[in-house]
Design a protein. Sequence first.
Length: 833
Amino acid sequence: SQRYNPSQVTEYWQHVWEEEGVYDCPDDAADPSYVLGMFPYTSGALHMGHVRNYAITDAYARYRRMCGDDVLHPMGWDAFGLPAENAAFERDTDPESWTRTCIERMRDELERMGFGYDWSREITTCDPEYYRWNQWLFTKFYEEGLVDYEAAAVNWCPDCETVLADAQVNEVETESGTTEVCWRCETPVGRRELDQWFLSITDYAAELHAGLDDLEGWPEGVRDIQRNWIGRQEGARVTFDVAAPSGGDDETVDVFTTRLDTLFGATYLSLSPGHDLAAEIAADDEAVAAYVDEVRAADPGEAGMSGVDTGLTATHPLTGAEIPVYVAAYVLDDVGTGAVMGVPAHNERDHAFATEQDLPVEQVIEPVGDATADLPAEPYTGDGMLTESGEYDGLASAAAREQLQAHDAVESDVTYRLRDWLISRQRYWGTPIPIVHCRECGPVPVPEENLPVELPEYVQTTGNPLAANDEFVETTCPECGGPAERETDTMDTFVDSSWYFLRYLSPDLDEAPFDTELADEWLPVDVYVGGEEHAILHLLYIRFFTRALADLGLLDTREPVERLVNQGTVLKDGTKMSKSKGNAIAPHEYGAETTRLFVLSAAHPRQDFEWTVKNVKTAYEFQQELYGMVAAFTESVARSATDRSSGEGTEPRDGEIETRTESQPHDAYLEREIDRTIAAVTTEYDRFRFHQVVGELRRFARLLRRYRDYESPYRYAYSRALRALAAMVAPIAPYLGEELWHLLGEEGLAAGADWPTALHDVEDYRIERELVRNTLDDVRDITDVVDIEDPDGIEIVVAQDWKYRAYEIAREAADDTAVVGQVMDDETVRDHG
Ligand code: ANZ
Ligand code: ZN
């Protein structure tokens, strides 16, 4: 029989599709459908993770296109970043040349995989035409007050010689406890004090948090990760009076607490080293000044439970007691109010600090129920019943938190764990931050007409090549015209990817980063597919940017993505497939289409799966099977036509099939099965369950084969079935689909074929299908549908209409060919009614 030769057809169809521009997306779309995969970092090679990611979006885009939508399925390059600088360094080239080479290679690989993109919309973040808009947006954000320039103790990677965002610091377990390391090179992270640029994502903390509840199209897991990252905490703000330091005015200090019920147990107050009052005290107190400096210079964790007594006292707002005021490193500058009330009896850190500093531990919460306390040796951190708390004694913690809010010194408050986004990077290969530092005017944004600030040619240095480039640095102030210096920090590359999905809409627009009207038409992105590792950084930043852009009046939408799909990992030999582990398989090793088919049929997109050659082979054979079926059919049709005209008989030959032109009663069953399969496959595509699509198609092919072997098929129904099969497999295996379509005498599947439709109402079949699926495990239970006894073989008693379905069930349950005979035998069926 005929063999399908994938490598021969791929190039041909690739060419045809390109000629016909089947992936071009019109601007004025009647039914816009925006299908997006996270654009790749330009590392130089496509890996199996990319292939899986893009196979998912491509299948879905093709499916929606066949359903009649105008589908936008674009691709671009996340092209800035440190690895290109490192690669350039190692290869003695420059980041730009390296990146361009990588892009060429990767685009070629994507095309050879048969992924259908509208390449006219390709974007590359290292193009000045792109990053100019990063700079433009930065200056708009600056005008809106969404940009801060602050001295900050920052995470510093000594190996990458750059600042790291909080989310780029990973905690790893070592023998000496947990260590914070760089996410990229795993070097232990140090601390530095530098002037840094921040984007005020915290302005949106409340909205970003609340919005998660409505993101029903996002996996619950990702929403939870974002919720935790934003870290909303309900609590209270308590105001303490502090006696004036050295003759000044009296002060108040606000603390934020989640445990207002422990207020009576506060035995000291502690300020962070960056607190305003700490600075004020340090001005006159050498010991405090020395301590603050020491902490600022220290690496994270190094300061431990150190602290310094300021000699001042604060007045407890309820008891009137005077309690000491400390400055302590464990109190963080940018959390809550930067000050805490110390409750050693009920908080771990306060307990540790009190132990170190010899401060009193006063229990004010009694455990209730089974809980026990071991005070003062250990803090009791649970809720309980109040004691030693005056009129609040005997109250439960929750009730006390509520009632204490009524006090004048207390105000209910909410804080967020989320920090502002540090975007400064001391590296070359990124978007230059468009700021000029003037001695007179301070930091001044580069005016719009002078954008982009282009990257100068690369010169290799240690540290930041921009800072070493005098020609780049030396400039004049846009405000006063005096001598000034250019900012040499570049932007975190996550800025580039925070709005790239908008640039695809109008990639060549010269007046603005994107066309607002088009954005309102196309957004939110209907489906966004990518790895789960982006749950916080990228996927939070796009939500922040979208809101900030909406507030700038550039967008209507406040949420960028309606539906999010996080694909699982491709494993090999039980571990993640990767180049560094030496277990990677190149995308083309087994042929583009076989790989796509296998990757999509292996598991639900969300799940991890194991790469096995056996299963790759199964995918390959499935292609052959479908091709063989269609080829045999079209040959036999052609043959019978010739035979008729030459007056010969119509005996079928080997591998060919005889067809009927007259319908018989049982052909209605096949018609129904075609409808049922279309309905099922449609549902599965809608749900991104491509593995179930393949499952349905396998089942369908099996049924067609049986139908064909049982009696010569009814030509009309059978060819309809094969056409539907070709159309339904096409989103997943586009070359094969197109080839089958062509064999069947049709034209241009990818270029505009409609999604197949059921001829009859299929609601019943859907119910039937659910029933069958739910009961296959225990087929004996569905006595109302099939009555099964089990002597040697299995006997199945079914109504006429159900016989093929019953066959399916029996086969899956027992895989016993004896059953087939029985079920297929109309006599048997009729005998049992
Ligand atoms: C008093 C108290 C008593 C607290 C108690 C807790 C337990 P968690 O603990 O993660 O839920 N806090 C507030 N601002 C801080 C800062 N700038 N640096 C370090 N710690 C700070 O976070 C809430 C608690 O973190 C707050 O509630 C506060 O300590 C501490 F039995 O106040 B608590
Ligand atoms: Zn100036």
